[in-house]
Design a protein around this ligand. Structure first.
Ligand code: IMP
Length: 203
């Protein structure tokens, strides 16, 4: 029996590792951009995470003919009208690093009490099946922005994002625990069920 192939439209090693581990028990041949000698560049210019994930999955599956999985994620802060949102990676400007993005976020929230520091991480994952449809799942994780960075694990806004059930930032959590409760973990568990249902029918 030939195994179904699934292309992950991300070059980011951390995400490839996380997704591959989650899908490891499924009979799939998981491909990465490197296996195809790179992927076409897709401009993530949509106004929503779902729009960007769907655009990327669709464009890449059209160009390669492969069943393709793409994701987009970021942080929304209520008091900032949902910023940084789809601009999370480049919040402090083109090429901004995590530290610069975090500094800008703290500056914008300076003096705000805890009730005005509510935020949520969001993740959208799209699965594009050539000749069929684009399927979409989402995962959210609510939290609060800290007054200063805490912890040195994770990446991005993790040191500022307090996961309230345990009162620690994502950067202070054990990575396995973060994956269980995070926006991406929640979306990925739905992807697992989706793939099982639509790509791997029973029998
Ligand atoms: P993308 O999904 O790779 O486009 O990521 C967008 C940006 O959102 C990242 O560069 C981070 O700044 C932020 N982000 C997304 N998920 C997380 C997370 O789990 N922790 C911290 N930051 C995140």
């Amino acid at each position: 029996m030939t195994m179904k192939r699934l292309l992950l439209a991300t070059g980011y090693r951390g995400k490839i590792k996380e997704i591959t581990a989650l899908l490891a028990t499924l009979p799939l041949e998981v491909l990465t951009p490197a296996d195809l000698g790179g992927l076409p560049a897709v401009n993530e210019d949509q106004e929503t995470f779902a729009g960007n994930a769907a655009k990327k999955a669709y464009r890449v599956s059209r160009a390669t003919g492969e069943i393709t999985l793409a994701d987009d994620s970021g942080l929304e802060v209520e008091a900032l009208g949902g910023l940084p949102g789809v601009r999370s990676a480049r919040f402090a400007g083109p090429g901004a690093d995590d530290a610069a993005n975090n500094r800008l976020l703290l500056k914008l929230l300076a003096g705000r009490p805890p009730r005005e520091r509510r935020a949520r991480f969001r993740c959208a994952i799209a699965l594009s099946v050539p000749g069929d449809k684009i399927y979409l799942v989402r995962g959210d994780c609510p939290g609060r922005i800290a007054e200063e960075p805490r912890g040195d694990g994770g990446f991005g806004y993790d040191p500022l994002f307090i996961y309230e059930p345990v009162g620690l930032t994502f950067a202070q959590l054990d990575p396995g625990f973060k994956n269980r409760v995070s926006h991406r973990g929640r979306a990925l568990r739905q992807v697992y069920r989706l793939i099982k249902t639509i790509l791997l029918p029973a029998g």
